[in-house]
Write a protein that binds this ligand. Structure first.
Ligand code: NAD
Length: 488
């Protein structure tokens, strides 16, 4: 069933766009039209930023609310999102091909979890702290919200990655203008409806629709105080340039090409390991930034591990994203499938050996599917080992000893995720400490809301989640108090 919206959510109201261009969203599994919405113009973005600024700066505005009152509002928003959980999961999966089992577990749940987490963090927190000075006297350290946040979100986890930004931003007292990706803009209307139901003050959350130009206008807008971006490294560099020129704080969560280091004692046979391997290497059809898509394998076990991965990938159920049994759905767009397929062709041309997949599933005659694919005999210098493919394509790279495994893992432009697999967790942690990355998992990978998430090198700047993710939306101000005059 196709949905149509004729307005944008700005200043707590549904307002007509100033333009006439429409965005059409298409199902990744069936290629059918899912809905149409208006594309925001530059003037619409200006209106949204003005609404956010008004809501933040007003003497009775959001930034001045007692944290406990803000926390209550965030909890109401979490409740309103919970009510829409199934609709959100359905809409996200229809648009970007995420298997519905994954969107039910993550997209339908993570945003409300984060809102409650940050509500709990700020509820009783003082905004000022008194520190004794080293030269006598004391300093009042005061936390203030940075102000208006421009939040730019990709299509792969549209609800969760928006919440990575708006949940801490709102908790800190900031107001937000969110720009979703055009491929997954329809689910942002469910967020807008939840914001209305939760009775957040007008202008605290605004949503502008559109692609790169609308995003670029938001990033360089004089009324924005901070930019939070998740997306490709290329777009991140452009955004960083603009923010650098404007000296505007920016958080960048970018691409990845992480490594799974399989140690020689790893047990790859249990059902639990298979599930964890799937989550760490292929979640969301390979369209997840932190996936360990370079699999580093000891030479002594290479043939065996190639067989394990080949069997595991060949056993995956590929199909319509809305089928609860589907493990691998389609790529999010025709253009993206083309990109993934060109990487598969490049891997073959470079001499990598396809042991599973490599083509399109023959039983699916519509939708942007590619078979999950395993490449063996990959050298870390190959394009398939260097570039982020963002599809279900794994590269198995042999290593001789642990030092070489760490060296290969670190020989990447990126540093976002990673995993170490061993029957000895302490040994695995020792190896994990040596990998240059922002996050890494032992025998599994699952980001936790309480811990900072983000990358090093070309994977980005700054951190989301945890207390660090809240601090990213706050300024600190030091008020030096003179020492009391000594009595005589
Ligand atoms: P993308 O960079 O093309 O687009 C992301 C968002 O930015 C979209 O909303 C897009 O409209 C907007 N945009 C693009 N260029 C812009 C510009 N110059 N100025 C302002 N806005 C701009 O990325 P995508 O294809 O939507 O998403 C896939 C990428 O996102 C992958 O590289 C993936 O690794 C990355 N990603 C990173 C993380 C992370 O946390 N590190 C998480 C998910 C996805």
């Amino acid at each position: 069933m196709s949905v149509a919206y004729d307005s944008l959510f700005i200043g707590g109201e549904w307002v007509a766009s100033g333009g006439t261009t429409q965005i059409t969203v298409v199902s990744a599994s069936t290629e059918e039209v899912l809905g149409q919405i208006p594309e925001a113009t530059a003037a619409d973005v200006d209106k949204a930023v003005a609404a956010a600024r008004g809501a933040c700066g007003d003497p009775a505005g959001w930034s001045r609310w007692e944290p406990a009152r803000r926390a209550e509002a965030l909890e109401r928003l979490a409740d309103a999102l919970d009510k829409r959980g199934e609709d959100i999961a359905h809409r996200v999966s229809s648009q970007n091909g995420m298997p519905i089992a994954v969107s039910r577990q993550l997209e339908a749940v993570f945003p409300a979890t984060l809102l409650r987490y940050y509500a709990g963090m700020v509820r009783d927190r003082e905004s000022e702290e008194s520190r004794p000075g080293l030269f006598g006297g004391t300093t009042l350290v005061r936390r203030t919200p940075v102000g208006v946040v421009g939040a730019i979100v990709p299509w792969n986890f549209p609800q969760t990655l928006a919440a990575f930004k708006y949940a801490p931003a709102l908790a800190a007292g900031c107001t937000v203008v969110i720009k979703p990706s055009p491929e997954t803009v329809l689910d942002s209307y469910l967020l807008a409806e939840a914001v209305q139901e939760a009775a957040l003050p007008p202008g605290v959350v605004n949503i502008v629709t559109g692609g790169r130009d609308v995003g670029a206008h938001l990033v360089s807008h004089p009324g924005v105080d901070k930019v939070a971006f998740t997306g490709s490294t290329g777009a991140g560099r452009q955004i960083a340039e603009t923010c650098g020129r404007m000296l505007r704080p920016v958080t960048l969560e970018l691409g990845g090409k992480s490594a799974a280091i399989i140690l020689d004692d790893a047990d790859l046979d249990s059902v639990n390991t298979a599930q964890n391997l799937f989550g760490a290497t292929l979640l969301n059809n390979g369209q997840t930034c932190y996936l360990s898509t370079r699999i580093l394998v000891p030479r002594t076990r290479y043939a065996q591990v190639v067989d394990v991965f080949t069997g595991f990938v060949e056993g995956l159920t590929v199909g319509d994203a809305l089928d609860p049994d589907t493990q691998i759905g389609p790529m999010a767009s025709a253009r993206h499938r083309q990109r993934v397929e060109s990487f598969i062709a490049e891997g073959r041309a470079e001499g990598a050996r396809v042991t599973a997949g490599g083509g399109r599933p023959s039983q699916l005659d519509r939708g942007w599917f590619v078979e999950p694919t395993v490449f063996a005999d990959v050298d870390n210098s190959f394009t398939v080992a260097r570039e982020e493919i963002f599809g279900p394509v794994l590269s198995l790279i042999p290593y001789t000893d642990v030092d070489e495994a760490v060296q290969i893992a670190n020989d990447s432009d990126y540093g976002l995720g990673g995993t170490v697999w061993s029957s000895d967790p302490e040994r695995a942690v020792e190896v994990a400490r040596r990998v240059q990355t922002g996050t890494i998992g032992i025998n599994q990978y699952l980001p936790d809301p309480t811990a900072p998430f983000g990358g090093v090198k070309a994977s980005g700047l700054g951190r989301e989640l945890g207390p660090e993710g809240l601090a990213a939306y706050e300024n600190q101000k030091s008020i030096y108090l003179s020492a009391p005059a000594s009595g005589n």
